[in-house]
Design a protein around this ligand. Structure first.
Ligand SMILES: [Zn+2]
Length: 59
């Protein structure tokens, strides 16, 4: 059985910013850890860990 699993979380490999996908809002929102939003560096050209290698089909 194959199901489509969209990425629901992404992490910047440069500054450590963390986002999660909000299904309701249909946009990425910053993850909070210990009450601190994981914004990373404001002017970072984010390099998301889901780029390129992401495969929507998961067995
Ligand atoms: Zn970044």
């Amino acid at each position: 059985m194959t199901e489509i699993v969209p990425p629901n979380e992404r992490v910047c490999e440069r500054c450590g910013r963390k986002d999660r996908w909000d299904d309701t809002a249909q946009k990425w929102v910053v993850v909070e850890e210990d009450g601190e939003p994981q914004h990373g560096v404001p002017h970072c050209l984010h390099e998301w860990d889901i780029n390129g290698a992401y495969n929507p089909l998961k067995e």
